[in-house]
Design a binder for this molecule. Structure first.
Ligand code: PMP
Length: 282
């Protein structure tokens, strides 16, 4: 298995982190997860643009252009003969003696990327998943795809302990997002998801769904909704790079409608698969 570390391809076993790497000590860095279908990246440009936006928000200077990164990631896929899976990549601020402030001397960000085989979640896509609601205890810059994931980790652990796939987080009266996904409700022919502001990560899958709805005359409202709205909705689903458009069939042990996968969710799944095929082939 070959991984990419600071621009070099090296065997997984040789990739080591310094104890004073700021990513390790502070979670001071950013990351992306890109889906690979049929040996090709899906929406790579959008992911790399979000990476670049995240890096600018926290003042990490990435010395690679988006096209240089794309080439490196394509090489990584080829070296690992990856067909269906993901690329995980991260940049930390770099190695520097521990001190909360950004280092005053120039440090080189640490860059790591590696692949993982991961099939499409066909069972969940077909049958849906269970969820619980949890309070959103995270900070108010959730728009940054930061390595600091403790709030998300704690939320996901609550889901796992409740035998659920995902936690749906709420801040006061508003549902924000899942621990690692965006959350949507459907009522009639209209779909709704939290607006892209500092309280959610603007998912690349979310953006794709909004685009597909626009192209297919499906009305989307980008506005927060309440837990009551969630429980009363005709359909609920989540979206993410790894989970695509996954139906949610129960919330807090209460079935969504009859606990069946809804028609609009199926329609969006089909549009999403068409988008994958048109970009990555079959
Ligand atoms: N919100 C959070 C908190 C996430 O971690 C993720 C996935 N990593 C998403 C939303 C979905 O984003 P994307 O569609 O880009 O994977």
């Amino acid at each position: 298995r070959m991984v990419l570390m600071n621009g070099e391809f090296i065997p997984r076993e040789q990739a080591k982190v310094d104890i004073e790497d700021r990513g390790y000590q502070f979670g001071d860095g950013i990351y992306e997860v890109i889906r690979v279908y049929n040996g090709k990246m899906f929406m790579a440009k959008e992911h790399l643009e979000r990476l670049s936006a995240s890096s600018e928000k926290i003042g990490i200077a990435i010395s690679y252009s988006i096209s240089e990164l794309t080439t490196l990631l394509e090489e990584l896929i080829a070296k690992n003969s990856l067909s269906t899976g993901i690329i995980y990549m991260q940049f930390t601020r770099g190695v520097s003696p521990r001190n909360h402030s950004y280092p005053t001397e120039a440090v080189t960000p640490t860059f790591v990327a590696y692949t993982k085989m991961l099939n499409r979640p066909l069972d969940n896509l077909e049958n849906g998943v269970s969820t619980i609601t949890v309070e959103d205890i995270r900070w108010s810059r959730c728009d940054i795809k930061s390595l600091n994931l403790l709030g998300n980790v704690m939320a996901k652990q609550k889901a796992t302990e409740a035998d659920c796939y995902e936690s749906i987080q709420y801040r006061e009266l508003s549902v924000t997002e899942g621990s690692s996904s965006n959350i949507w409700i459907v009522n009639g022919e209209k779909i709704q998801t939290h607006e892209a502001n500092q309280f959610i990560l603007n998912g690349i899958t979310r953006q794709k769904i909004i685009q597909l709805c626009g192209e297919n005359g499906i009305e989307v409202e980008e506005k927060a909704f309440s837990i009551e709205d969630l429980i009363d909705a005709d359909e609920v689903f989540l979206s993410s790079t790894t989970s695509e458009v996954t139906p949610i069939v129960s919330v807090n042990n209460v079935p969504v409608k009859e606990g069946k996968v809804g028609e609009m969710t199926k329609k969006l799944q089909n549009l999403f698969v068409e988008a994958i095929i048109s970009e990555c082939g079959q």
